[in-house]
Design a protein around this ligand. Structure first.
Ligand SMILES: [Zn+2]
Length: 72
């Protein structure tokens, strides 16, 4: 069944992706491919050496908060 929905090749995996409101990840075929492409773009542009811990202060307090209590 060929309807008049145009398709494009997913930049990540090359699979045909529907260019339609039904596909919120266009021009990618799926959310995964969009995230992969975004991740590659970010790593290329910013050269992130590692996970940024500064943006999440709570991460620094990991294991120290909860005064007087079992962690489980
Ligand atoms: Zn894809």
């Amino acid at each position: 069944m060929n309807r008049s929905i145009p398709t494009v090749n997913c930049p990540t995996c090359g699979q045909p992706a529907r260019w339609h409101a039904d596909n919120p990840w266009r021009p990618f075929c799926c959310e995964r491919c969009k995230l992969i492409d975004l991740g590659e773009w970010l790593s290329e542009k910013h050269c992130i050496p590692g996970p940024p811990d500064i943006e999440n202060p709570d991460a620094a307090d990991f294991g120290t908060k909860g005064s007087g209590g079992n962690p489980v």
